[in-house]
Design a protein around this ligand. Structure first.
Ligand code: HEC
Length: 280
């Protein structure tokens, strides 16, 4: 028992770290549904069309996707498998790593496990938070991943958004407060006031995010904001599935285990009755 408690205590800070790491905004819940096959299938299609060019999924085989997401082999071959890849192959990216390094400064990561490493909500919000920033190499930046090196691949679908005036003003307040807090010559009173101001501004930021007022649309995309969010939810669901494929399996198994236990319970009940019959 003691050992178990020690083990749990040992693991706690790790999981806390994985979940936290400072709040980024927006932080809307992804609300994915892994039992929704249509959502996962749409996510797989989006991934292949928009992400696989740069991000491989080394741990994922097309054949496994076909089986888990219930897509016939023929459809997988026609719609998901690109180039000369085969049904049993893992999902390789089409871009050459050296070329990618030259273009982006980094080789885009393999994303098989991204939804587990970063968290589903992080991925969901990241893909919705590109905004126009002319100072960046690709003309966009990201509030969830500042100074990101990835272009806004889904700009055709989402359109373009810019930071709202409210967000800019809150960010300015936070920056001003931080400047005072970092200033070694500032008085104690000034620091206390700055700390207060920072808290207020952070609360205002959380409110803006919750109300969906961080960005304003400056160019329409092919999708409405609602459609875009829905598709990003599907894409995130697909990535959550690849990060943990056994989750689908364990759900299926879980039902059978429960059924088995139920049947066992009935037998145990009658067995007990049989045993105690003659004892009274
Ligand atoms: C043109 C190449 C390219 C395409 C296409 C692309 N990305 Fe990226 N992506 C990058 C690069 C480069 C980075 C690294 C950014 C950095 O480190 O600054 C990145 C980073 C990421 C990250 C963060 C990884 C991490 O944990 O640091 C995620 C998540 C991601 N991309 C998801 C996607 C998804 C989902 C798609 C498809 C909708 C996609 N990317 C399409 C180039 C691309």
């Amino acid at each position: 028992m003691k050992k178990l408690i020690t083990a749990i205590l040992f693991l706690l800070p790790v999981s806390a770290f994985a979940a936290g790491g400072g709040t980024t905004y927006p932080n809307d819940p992804a609300n994915i549904d892994l039992s929704d096959k249509t959502s996962l299938q749409n996510g797989a299609k989006l991934y292949v069309n928009y992400c696989l060019g740069c991000h491989s999924m080394e741990y994922v085989r097309y054949s496994r996707i076909a089986q888990d997401l219930e897509i016939p082999e023929e459809q997988v071959m026609n719609n998901l498998v690109l180039g000369d890849q085969k049904f049993g192959d893992t999902m390789d990216k089409s871009m050459d790593s050296d070329l990618a390094k030259k273009w982006f400064g980094v080789d885009p990561l393999d994303l098989s496990l991204a939804a587990r490493v970063r968290g589903e909500d992080w991925v969901y919000n990241y893909l919705r938070s590109f905004y126009v920033d002319p100072s960046r190499p690709f003309g966009v930046n990201n509030t969830v991943f500042p100074e990101v090196g990835m272009p806004h691949i889904l700009a055709d679908l989402q359109g373009l958004q810019a930071k709202s005036d409210e967000l800019l003003s809150v960010e300015e307040q936070i920056a001003e407060a931080k400047a005072v807090l970092n200033d070694s010559e500032a008085s104690e009173e000034a620091k206390a006031a700055a700390e207060e101001k920072q808290h207020e501004a952070e609360a205002a930021m959380a409110k803006l995010a919750a109300e969906g007022k961080m960005f304003v649309q400056i160019k329409e995309g092919q999708m409405t904001p609602e459609e875009y969010d829905e598709n990003i939810r599907d894409l995130t669901a697909f990535m959550a599935y690849t990060a943990n494929p056994v989750k689908l399996e364990s759900k299926r198994m879980g039902v059978w285990v429960l059924l088995f236990l139920f049947v066992l319970l009935i037998f145990a009940y009658f067995l007990k009755k049989e045993f105690w019959k003659d004892i009274h």
